[in-house]
Design a protein around this ligand. Structure first.
Ligand code: SF4
Ligand code: SF4
Length: 657
């Protein structure tokens, strides 16, 4: 019985209809190919990418990130679910259509009768029909969800006519597909209640509405043509509307993402060759960068998480990407810098990496920003306090511009060994500029050093030989200042045979972990909370577990989101009241990306929302594990006249040891 099951293909069409159908298929595919080629030409305006294509990795990425939709995660679970329904539904219907075409053309090539299919029959056919009917429902359901959301005028959605046309076409294609299936069941008199279950349902409705053998052919014929014309129009329009993102996204998601917090180095040779630093013209982005502008579907997930946008600064990562995309498309574009993207937009970014992390399509808004910043720095377009801090880094090796001899002042009276005093140290304690020169952060270095001494760790500090890592210089766009500072530090590390580094600064940690290896500086770098945790596990220290006050903990972006270190600090604290945004989904304090050196009043800083969130927990102590967060949180709390204490994890631990 099952063996006999099959269905007609082109069953109600004459030869003329078939010829017109093939002609339309050729035209629509041609328009599609032309549309894709136009986009490819735009992408090819960029610099060639240095990385060779790794095919095995690319297929693996397409399978996991694009087809399995694993890149969709975190925020907006309903939208992610609806997108999966729409995507998987569409994909399965598309594959189903290709299988039907293969059946039709192979059977014709072998000279088989239309009533004698090659493989589109029997058990295969049963599975095929059930699968396609099910996934068709998913596609329609997903499209209806998105249509409903657009109708609700959600403020984060853009409202373009083309988007409505796309959604309407998908719904029409899905629904008319079922109508045609129902009419075909009437034409062929095939009862398929459990197989083509949706089409079968419609066949019953049509019969009840008076459709029968006498009129079914003409209705089927008309509807079949309507469905086909919409399908061909849809295919032709694909590269010209929002669905173009589906094409660009496949390529974007095929590339393995760079680790968060990692930047591309630029070489002096490159600059000497081109005479330009960073991106001053669109053509200086790479081809992959330009392709990713097309992958952006303007979903707004990045904007939702952007701390600068939250604080009312003139930056939305979504708008930045869309503005760059329009600039790429424009026949007579306005200037890239100033007219398309303003300097104040670029300087507002804290490089917190929330946008790079959340984007489901592999777009990296923060990377465009740092590339564009490099040009501004190259042109000398940074003024005021942040420019002065860069000059001080260059002149004195630290953003405060203070003498290197003062780098050990924080350790007065502690008998902290330098590398000269203790050349056979096991661990180098990297103090960083903030703890060396900022009075408040000095207390953190003192706490760490005392804990290391109490645990009898064989450690040393570089003292006057230490220089700024150059982390913020790099993220502000001053690549060559960063490279100069990194070269000096790497030389010092080599001189003192440094293998293992402990630091309390997540920015230094990230730079030593991700920036320095690009210049042959390879070390084991761990955060002080990780190292102190090891000492607690070895019973050499006690965690700050017996505090009498309520505590909350603020995860620094470069420790949690960028380097995934969230448990080590918590393991050293008593039970904490978590803020709504915590762990790898933390919220920025506002100091990263060089914002630390901008002299905004505390109440106008990017992280002011985070201060409110911390205070709303009702905790009496805000624990931090980053000197920048310590400064931002302390100033923010003071600006709100609150009495809450802000303290580094090591300071809390010192009370117990
Ligand atoms: S960059 Fe990514 S997250 Fe941001 S709007 Fe575009 S697709 Fe959405
Ligand atoms: S890195 Fe952070 S601050 Fe910069 S655009 Fe992205 S989300 Fe906004």
């Amino acid at each position: 019985m099952t063996e006999d099951l099959s269905r007609e293909i082109f069953g109600n069409l004459g030869e003329t209809s078939k010829t017109i159908f093939y002609a339309l298929a050729v035209v629509s595919s041609g328009v599609f190919a032309w549309g894709v080629w136009r986009r490819v030409k735009l992408w090819r305006r960029g610099r060639p990418d240095n990385e060779p294509i790794k095919w095995r990795e690319a297929f693996q990425n397409i399978r996991t990130r694009a087809l399995a939709q694993r890149a969709l995660r975190g925020a907006r679970p309903k939208a992610s679910f609806a997108h999966r329904m729409l995507f998987w539904g569409f994909l399965v219907l598309f594959i189903g259509t290709i299988l039907v075409s293969i059946e039709h053309y192979s059977a014709a090539a072998l000279g088989r009768e239309a009533t004698n299919p090659l493989f589109h029959k029997g058990v295969y056919f049963v599975i095929y029909e059930i699968t396609l009917d099910t996934f068709g429902l998913l596609m329609i359901g997903g499209a209806l969800w998105f249509a409903r959301r657009r109708m609700r005028a959600d403020s984060s959605m853009e409202h373009r006519t083309a988007d409505w046309l796309v959604l309407t076409s998908l719904i029409i294609l899905g629904v008319t597909g079922y109508f045609i299936e129902g009419l075909r069941i009437i034409r062929e008199s095939t009862p398929m209640p459990g197989i083509s279950f949706v089409g079968y349902g419609f066949s019953k409705i049509f019969v009840a509405a008076g459709v029968g053998k006498s009129n079914v052919d003409s209705i089927h014929f008309g509807l079949w043509w309507f469905h086909s014309v919409v399908a061909f129009g849809f295919i032709a329009a694909l590269p010209f509307c929002r669905l173009a993102h589906a094409i660009a996204a496949v390529f974007s998601l095929a590339t393995t993402p760079k680790p968060l917090g990692q930047m591309e180095p630029i070489s002096m040779e490159e600059v000497e060759e081109t005479g330009e630093v960073g991106v001053g013209r669109l053509e200086q982005f790479t081809r992959l960068d330009l392709l990713r502008l097309d992958a952006c579907v303007s979903c707004g997930r990045c904007e939702d998480l952007c701390p600068a946008h939250e604080a009312g600064k003139p930056l939305s990562p979504r708008d930045l990407v869309q503005d760059l995309r329009m600039h790429m498309e424009s026949a007579a574009p306005a200037a890239l810098h100033g007219e398309t993207i303003g300097a104040e937009t670029l300087w507002a970014c804290t490089t917190c990496n929330a946008c790079n992390d959340i984007c489901p399509l592999g777009v990296r808004p923060a990377d465009y920003i740092t590339d564009l910043r490099r040009h501004l720095i190259g042109e000398g377009e940074l003024r005021g306090a942040p420019a002065t801090s860069l000059q001080k880094m260059q002149r004195a090796g630290n953003p405060w511009g203070l003498p290197a001899q003062d780098r050990l002042k924080w350790a007065d009276g502690l008998d902290v060994p330098t590398v000269a005093d203790n050349p056979d140290f096991d661990v180098l304690y990297w103090v960083g500029c903030s703890a060396a020169y900022d009075r408040r952060t000095m207390k953190v270095a003192r706490a760490v050093a005392q804990l290391l001494q109490r645990a009898q760790v064989n450690f040393a500090v570089l003292g006057p030989e230490e220089r700024c890592t150059g982390e913020s210089a790099r993220r502000m766009g001053d690549e060559f200042l960063f490279q100069e500072l990194a070269a000096t530090n790497i030389e010092t590390f080599t001189k003192h045979n440094v293998k293992k580094i402990v630091t309390h600064c997540p920015h230094c940690l990230n730079s030593l972990r991700q920036d320095y290896p690009q210049f042959d500086g390879h070390y084991e770098v761990i955060h002080h909370t990780q190292f102190l945790g090891e000492l607690v596990a070895a019973n050499k220290l006690k965690a700050a577990a017996v505090m009498n006050e309520s505590v909350t903990y603020h995860d620094p972006c470069y420790l949690a989101r960028v380097n995934g270190i969230t448990e080590a600090p918590r393991a050293l604290l008593p039970e904490i009241t978590e803020m709504p945004r915590h762990g790898c989904q933390t919220a920025c304090c506002g100091a990263g990306g060089g914002r630390m050196w901008f002299d905004d009043p505390a109440e106008e800083r990017t992280g002011s929302g985070r201060i409110t969130e911390a205070l709303d927990t009702g905790a009496k102590t805000v624990a931090v594990s980053c000197p920048f967060c310590l400064t931002m949180m302390t100033d923010g709390v003071a600006a709100k006249n609150d009495q809450v204490k802000v303290r580094d994890v090591s300071e809390l631990m010192l009370e117990e040891n």
